[in-house]
Design a protein around this ligand. Structure first.
Ligand code: S3P
Length: 173
């Protein structure tokens, strides 16, 4: 049986640094729902940081771990707010399970806005290491096409995280 709309998890997707974790926590307070950051869940489960998982096990293994964790949480949890890792939605199984059990919301931002945030983002993001700005831009637009396989979105350009969270609350009313 599929969960009723009001029982579903709210699933936040978007590029690295789009504010999924911060907006997810704010939303958690506003909607009185628990917040689960899938990357944090993976780090606790593996006893290692995400960069360490990439370093020691490689990206392919990380993607397997990410798939299992996201599928597990999507199937098990109800009435939660989940923030996915920026690359998760590229996996068809993850898209499927999130759409089946959750309400997926994309935090959309422009390349120009993202570029300004890059110095804060780059440090602990293994997929951005050793990439030129052009390569990052290509990844940004490639991911944008994948995120578009989803219907609900809010634009975060020029908005505070508080405003973005309020907009989601409004969207869900
Ligand atoms: C990734 C995004 C990260 C994390 C991992 C890979 C990606 O999550 O899952 O470093 O491929 O975009 P955030 O979107 O929270 O940075």
């Amino acid at each position: 049986r599929l969960p009723a709309l009001r029982e579903r998890n709210i699933v936040l997707i978007g590029f690295m640094g789009s504010g999924k974790s911060t907006i997810g926590s704010l939303l958690s307070k506003k909607l009185y729902r628990d917040f689960i950051d899938v990357d944090t869940y993976i780090e606790e489960q593996q006893g290692m940081s995400i960069p360490d998982i990439f370093r020691k096990k490689g990206e392919e293994t990380f993607r397997e771990i990410e798939k299992e964790a996201t599928v597990h949480l999507s199937e098990k949890e109800r009435l939660k707010i989940l923030a996915l890792g920026g690359g998760a939605y590229g996996q068809p199984e993850i898209r499927e399970v999130c759409m089946k059990y959750g309400i997926v919301i994309l935090l959309n931002l422009s390349w120009e806005t993202w570029k300004e945030r890059l110095p804060d983002i780059q440090g602990n993001r293994p997929v951005l290491q050793n990439k030129t700005l052009e390569e990052m831009e290509a990844l940004f637009y490639e991911r944008k096409r994948i995120y578009a396989l989803n219907t609900l979105q809010i634009d975060t350009d020029g908005k505070s995280e508080e405003e973005a969270a309020d907009e989601i609350v409004h969207l869900l009313k």
